[in-house]
Design a protein around this ligand. Structure first.
Ligand code: GLC
Ligand code: CA
Length: 554
């Protein structure tokens, strides 16, 4: 077993975690202050979203200098101190490598855009305009609009899968790969233990640059831009040049990847990545807007079971799962799939039980461990460039949605839902900062914060503590075989974990209704020993209360 197979990884969004100097922005010294908190929770590693120098167009996912900590977070020295203190506390540090693109303020890009024949010219993806002067093709950027922006100095367009300020690197150029690998080695030398690799499945482009077919009237068409022709080759090289020689853990972000692709990325003998974040299970409440606009539907929990179970089964003995429900691009689970009012505790712990009972490495996003919720902000209270661009395009320009419809959707799925400041206590700004927070604190912070949660009889934090401790103590949770039970049921998630002659049963009601189930009755017949249960004073039975969850053994 590797440390990351037995471990639990906690994701920190530094800007919103804890502000140590009153400028309203969370920072590295702030994280050092909170290490005892993470120790108490019991996690094994911290993944920091990007802390490098950045104009913050996409909250740090637009890197201007890979070797420099942005002054808003502190100094390189502060990061060294954080690594040192974390290690002293037995916590590993995972950084985020954003290598599909840089910021347009990165010196590589500033040079590249100057001319067609300098040292950096081929660091990015430049193409001539079509004869009529328009973009080389009809590809859409993820954050809306065309994926191409024109630069007069070169009389060419450059490609950007995200915002125009995030030009895509040209991985076909061996120099680009060397520069990226060198930056990673630099941080290894500072003691970093591993990497989360941002949209790593997009680094290899479809070199034909052909137009793609879209919906009628669609000017720019989103393309399936993952798993390009050289992706596996580039990732294998990254593995051989950096990850393997320096024994660094890796988890790649893999939007759109099928299970087969995830297997290729993570099967150890292929020497690519340790783990990959699949997106499929997060699509159970996404709908297809007729004209490409954002849309949601009621979560389909049968689909959640199918997707997660398939992943468990297909990766078993072949590769290792990365398990998550929340992160900085996702909203809060009690608000999204559960009930963030009368069953906040129950629904937060129910989904936590499903996730942490599975085989793989669980990732917890800051605030998830206290059941933080989605705020219901107005349009101008959002910060995210993705949301803002989509609002402009889909509501203001194309009138595909009204403001109200747009907000109803974003209140469920906006990325900003997870990015509000961490709620520590009942003091002003939830104890996140002594100054003015960079981003509005969720107004529910007086009821929902670390201090109140830990003191409460129904503490989500304490439930997480137990889940984490169980994973550390019980090999069945890391090594046990997964077996789904009652797969046809739409509301109840039930599965076994089996190791030698030990067998655990996980049962979770994913609805806000009481459910009586004969199948559960059969399942729990001889299972009388309770390992974990989110209804303290209730007996284990086949009548499941709203969001009731338990783990039992014979
Ligand atoms: C990843 C990040 C997201 C970012 C995008 C572009 O999906 O998680 O926050 O906007 O990549 O870098
Ligand atoms: Ca600060």
């Amino acid at each position: 077993m590797k440390w990351w197979q037995k471990g639990i990884i906690y994701e920190i969004y530094p800007k919103s975690f804890y502000d140590s100097n009153g400028d309203g922005i969370g920072d590295l010294p702030g994280i050092v202050t909170k290490l005892p908190y993470l120790k108490e929770l019991g996690v094994d590693a911290i993944w920091l979203t990007p802390i490098y120098l950045s104009p913050q167009v996409d909250n740090g996912y637009d890197v201007a200098d890979y070797r420099k900590v942005d002054p808003m977070f502190g100094s390189n020295h502060d990061l060294e101190r954080l690594i040192e203190q974390a290690h002293k506390n037995g916590l590993k540090i995972i950084l985020d490598m954003v290598a599909n693109h840089t910021s347009d303020q990165c010196v590589w890009f500033k040079e590249s855009k100057k001319s067609r024949n300098n040292y950096f010219s081929d660091f990015y993806i430049w193409r001539d305009p079509k004869p009529d002067g328009s973009a080389p093709n009809n590809w859409a950027a993820s954050f809306g609009g065309s994926a191409w922006t024109y630069v007069p100095e070169r009389r060419q367009y450059y490609l950007h899968y995200y915002a125009a300020q995030q030009p895509d690197l040209n991985w076909e150029n061996p120099l680009v790969r060397q520069y990226v690998f060198d930056a990673m080695r630099y941080w290894k030398a500072q003691g970093v233990d591993g990497w989360r690799l941002d949209v790593i499945t997009q680094i290899s482009k479809d070199l034909s640059f052909k137009d793609v077919k879209g919906l009628p009237g669609q000017k720019y068409v989103p393309l399936k831009n993952t798993s390009g022709p050289h992706m596996h080759q580039f990732i294998h090289e990254l593995n051989q040049q950096v990850l393997s020689p320096f024994e660094m853990m890796s988890v790649g972000e893999a939007p759109n990847s099928s299970i087969d692709e995830i297997l290729k990325l993570t099967a150890p003998e292929r020497e690519e990545l340790d783990m990959a974040f699949s997106f499929e299970h997060m699509r159970i409440d996404k709908a297809a807007g007729k004209h490409g606009e954002i849309a949601v539907k009621k979560p389909d929990f049968k689909q959640l079971k199918d997707v997660l179970s398939k992943m468990q089964t297909e990766l078993a003995d072949k590769a290792w799962n990365a398990l998550y429900f929340e992160n900085h691009d996702r909203s809060r689970i009690p608000s999204r799939w559960g009930n963030d009012k009368e069953y906040r505790y129950e629904s937060a712990t129910a989904f936590a039980t499903i996730l942490h009972g599975l085989c793989g490495t669980p990732f917890i996003f800051q605030g998830e461990e206290i059941g933080m919720t989605n705020p219901t902000y107005s349009v101008d209270e959002y910060e995210d460039i993705d949301l803002k661009n989509k609002y402009q395009e889909q509501v203001e320009e194309k009138h595909l949605l009204t403001t109200e419809e747009f907000l109803n959707i974003e209140h469920k799925i906006a990325r900003d839902n997870g990015r509000t400041p961490m709620q520590w206590d009942t003091s002003p700004n939830a104890g996140f900062t002594q100054g003015k927070p960079w981003y509005k604190v969720n107004p529910d912070y007086k009821q929902i914060n670390v201090k109140v949660d830990i003191a409460s009889k129904k503490s989500i934090f304490k439930y997480y503590q137990k889940l984490i401790a169980l994973r550390h103590q019980e090999d069945i949770l890391t090594e046990g075989k997964y077996q789904e039970m009652m797969p046809e049921d739409k509301n109840i998630f039930a599965y076994y974990r089996v190791l030698e002659n030990k067998r655990w049963l996980v049962v979770v009601n994913m609805t806000d209704r009481q459910i009586e189930s004969d199948q559960v009755k059969d399942l729990i017949k001889d299972y009388r020993s309770v390992i974990l249960h989110n209804y303290k004073s209730k007996e284990i039975s086949a009548t499941l209360a709203p969001y009731e969850a338990y783990i039992v053994q014979k």
